[in-house]
Design a protein around this ligand. Structure first.
Ligand SMILES: [Zn+2]
Length: 501
């Protein structure tokens, strides 16, 4: 505030000229790309507000409006709540006590929207509309009803659907996993937001844009360098919506979908359409040891942890494949946290030909047992969707929602290969386990919506080695010999698939 006061009144030798300069400088910043540092933008806005208060001439409202827009741009980019409040107050002042035309009504609407957003209170919008419709606004003429009416439904929806977390959603992160042939971009939000995807061109540069309405930004840098299929990503507000653009230096095919709980939008961009590579060319395998670090996965009755079993199996499997001349990519090599969407992101950018995610099954029923292999598809039975929900760390309802998403992704070519590989894997591991003369139940090949497999560009399966919740199977999973049998069985299946069986 002190700085703004100085700027607003510090130089008074030629007030007229100064005024003109301040307004034109402010107007120039409104369209500046990139936006200057926050401090500078906010200082100009405060200076304009101070001038407007002093003069109270015809041009004061114009200055208040430019100031409001400057505060709003600063708020959009830098996310400081006080800038949002200052923008709302400037819009209110620009609208005046008695809004009498479309411009002042628009300012009034913007003020209320911003206040609701900054204070995370959508009820403010509902209240304002109620006031205006009852003729209780400042002018008492219901003048701005036309501008407010379209907001009512949205505001009520927002109010009714967000009992615990009121207000606009926050985009909390934008992350990218780069690759020469495929890159993945993940946008995380505090809760579900409507979004749309479109292709665009900016001069010579092609981009894919994700547009998100009704969301704010949590301190996310406006530019993210990526490299590969996506050169860079820009994040910013334009025409009232948050726009995240992935710039493509060359050709790129896109697939976008979302994963619920927590909500994130995933944008996969690849040089080629999936399934275009030669069938059965298997030179590299991606192995995914389920869970890790703070996420132990399922824990058996005597304390065996899924994350340790899966990592040990992967560490036994990798050298067998290497000896067969097959390259291996691991999504994790130690006890670390890797998100589900990051796993597929890493696998896609590694150009692997097959993706095997390894897990241990669990059930509330201690007697549940057996070996199951899953491919990605819409859930066909309740048990499958429960297993998927557990692995997704999300509700059954959210997992089912992914089923609908999958139906729109058109994975036909990949899923045929995946089902074939899943059959080989299931048979091969059962054979290997049974060589140890243990009685193992064949749970078969099933389908469900596993987040970790969604968007993978190669045939992908999720293997549930056994039920860690079953005391007998838990003790087997704890034995190095049994884990070796599982690794051998998976390796045999991969070789069989490679040989075209
Ligand atoms: Zn698991």
């Amino acid at each position: 505030m002190g700085l703004a006061w100085l700027l607003g009144s510090g130089c008074s030798t030629k007030p007229e000229q100064k005024t003109e300069t301040e307004l034109s400088a402010g107007t120039a910043i409104l369209t500046a790309d990139p936006l200057p540092p926050r401090r500078e933008v906010v200082a100009h806005a405060h200076a304009l507000v101070a001038e407007a208060e002093r003069e109270s001439s015809a041009s004061s409202n114009e200055k208040r409006l430019v100031a409001a827009k400057l505060f709003e741009r600063a708020f959009r980019l830098y996310g400081e709540g006080e800038d949002g409040e200052a923008a709302a107050n400037s819009y209110l002042r620009a609208a005046g006590e008695n809004p009498s035309d479309d411009v002042s009504c628009d300012s009034r609407v913007r003020a209320v929207l911003l206040k609701a957003e900054v204070q995370r209170k959508p009820t403010l919008i509902v209240d304002e509309v109620d006031r205006i419709s009852k003729g209780h606004d400042a002018g008492g003429n219901g003048m701005c009803m036309k501008q407010f009416a379209p907001l009512v439904e949205k505001a009520k929806l927002l109010r009714d659907n967000t009992p615990s977390e009121v207000g606009l959603a926050h985009v909390t992160g934008v992350e990218a996993w780069p690759g020469a042939d495929a890159s993945r971009l993940v946008i995380a939000a505090s809760r579900a937001v409507p979004y749309s995807v479109r292709d665009g061109i900016d001069g010579e540069r092609k981009y894919v844009e994700i547009e998100i309405e009704g969301a704010t930004l949590d301190r996310i840098p406006p530019l993210l360098q990526v490299g590969g299929v996506v050169s860079h990503v820009t994040v910013g507000f334009e025409r009232g919506a948050l726009r995240i653009r992935a710039y493509l230096p060359g050709q790129g095919f896109r697939r976008a979908f979302h994963l619920p709980e927590p909500f994130r939008i995933v944008l996969d961009i690849a040089r080629q359409l999936p399934g275009k590579h030669a069938p059965r060319s298997v030179s590299r395998i991606a192995l995914d040891a389920g869970h890790g670090w703070s996420d132990p996965g399922a824990i058996g009755p005597s304390g065996v942890r899924e994350k340790d079993v899966t990592l040990d199996i992967v560490h036994r499997l990798a050298p067998i494949l290497a000896k067969s001349g097959i390259g291996v990519v691991l999504t994790r090599d130690g006890d670390e946290t890797v998100s589900l969407e990051e796993r597929t992101g890493r696998v896609n950018s590694s150009q692997a030909d097959l993706f095997v995610s390894i897990h241990c099954n669990a059930s509330e029923k201690a007697e549940s047992h057996g070996v199951e292999t899953y491919v990605l598809d819409r859930d066909r039975d309740v048990v499958a969707s429960r297993v998927a929900a557990r692995e997704n760390g999300a509700s059954v309802a959210a997992t089912r929602e992914v089923g609908t998403i999958l139906a729109n992704l058109k994975l036909d070519g990949e899923s045929k290969h995946a089902t074939h590989f899943a059959d080989l894997l299931q048979r091969s591991v059962l054979t290997s386990m049974r060589l140890g003369a243990v009685n193992v139940r064949d749970g078969g090949v099933k389908q469900a919506g596993f987040y970790v497999l969604v968007g993978a560009r190669m045939p992908s399966v999720l293997f549930e080695t056994s039920y860690i919740s079953n005391p007998e199977e838990e003790s087997r999973l704890a034995s190095p010999d049994f884990r070796q049998r599982i690794a051998d069985g998976i390796a045999n299946a991969i070789r069989a698939y490679k040989e075209g069986r």
